[in-house]
Write a protein that binds this ligand. Structure first.
Ligand code: GDP
Ligand code: MN
Length: 312
């Protein structure tokens, strides 16, 4: 689990040439995918889908990240990422962490037993946007192997929309988090708010994540397996202070804090309300949950059933 992570980057020559012939402006942006060697074929499906509905017109690059070396199949460029991005902070008591995992497994908490899942969530929460190959991009779109996109997006460029409207965080699906994975997260957030009032936005969305003015968390979170972000938000002092504050408690390992509630709470507290954007027009499916736009005019561009929407 403490193996150094490797990365690879792919740009399809053809799409880049096509994009070069195209005069539409392009953002400094990339798709960023954390995956494993076993995911190659699921990823190829997702890529073919993304290329067809959107990226064949733009040629945005893909950055693939892994915690173990990629097989020959995968490689175009390989780099190592710093080991400390995928390992325990020194102060975390691994024996205690293992006991807590066992306890969560006994209580059937999703991924309760998994050590690698915890490294993954911490990596996504605090490190992915600082990776040297991601660092060079202003915006990134998080993609997972096996997800699918059901609407024609050729006439829009979500990255350019983020840029021109100055959105910082884009999502398609919001859901409640499993409470058992985050028993002390909200108390930690409360302490952060007290200690760092300077990082809390005046026009925040606290009312969206708390029904009692911040006393308790309502567990609502953006489902971060899809996210389109202005990475300057995650690289900001405010967010980095927030991540550090959380990480210093060991909660990613003693509990099982997901990057979804971490990103969501940060966006809700530290961004201006108008900087958070719902990408209604992006039909998206991950596993059992789907977002399918309902409006008749968007339906014309989509191959999905609005009845399958989450929470409806
Ligand atoms: P879920 O969506 O919460 O059920 O979790 P996933 O299993 O889909 O993991 C989320 C993302 O992290 C996916 O892109 C996975 O490919 C990736 N991922 C999860 N665990 C690991 C791991 O141990 N190593 C690597 N390299 N990627 C991982
Ligand atoms: Mn997934």
């Amino acid at each position: 689990t403490e193996a150094a992570a490797t990365t690879t980057r792919a740009t399809k020559k053809l799409t880049q040439d096509e994009a070069a012939n195209n005069s539409t402006p392009r953002a400094n942006a990339a798709f960023v995918v954390l995956l494993q060697n076993k995911d190659l074929h699921d990823m190829r499906k997702t890529m073919q889908n993304l290329e067809a509905v959107f990226n064949r017109k733009h040629g945005y690059p893909y950055v693939f990240l892994n915690d173990v070396p990629f097989t020959e199949h995968f490689k175009t460029h390989i780099r190592l990422i710093p080991r400390e991005h995928w390992s325990y902070p020194s102060f975390v008591n691994k024996t205690q962490a293992a006991l807590n995992r066992q306890d969560m497994e006994n209580r059937n908490v999703p991924y309760g037993e998994s050590e690698s899942y915890r490294h993954m969530c911490r990596y996504m929460s605090g490190f992915i946007f600082r990776h040297e190959m991601v660092q060079e991009y202003d915006y990134y779109w998080r993609v997972e192997p096996g997800v699918s996109f059901s609407c024609d997006l050729l006439d829009i460029d979500p990255f350019m929309l983020m840029k021109t409207k100055r959105y910082k965080y884009g999502f398609t699906i919001a859901l409640p988090e499993f409470v058992d994975t985050i028993p002390t997260l909200w108390d930690t957030v409360k302490r952060f708010r007290k200690q760092h009032p300077e990082h809390i936005s005046r026009r925040n969305s606290l009312e969206w994540i708390s029904y009692d003015k911040g006393d308790t968390y309502n567990n609502c979170h953006f489902w971060s397996n899809f996210e389109i972000v202005d990475a300057s938000f995650f690289r900001s002092k405010a967010y980095l202070d927030f991540f550090q504050f959380l990480d210093d408690t060991g909660g990613f390992f003693y509990e099982r804090w997901g990057d979804a509630p971490v990103h969501s709470i940060a966006a809700a507290l530290m961004l201006d309300r108008r900087e958070i954007h719902f990408f209604n027009e992006i039909g998206y499916r991950h596993g059992m949950y789907e977002h399918c736009p309902e409006s008749p005019e968007l339906q014309l561009k989509c191959a999905c059933d609005p009845k399958d929407n989450v929470g409806e």
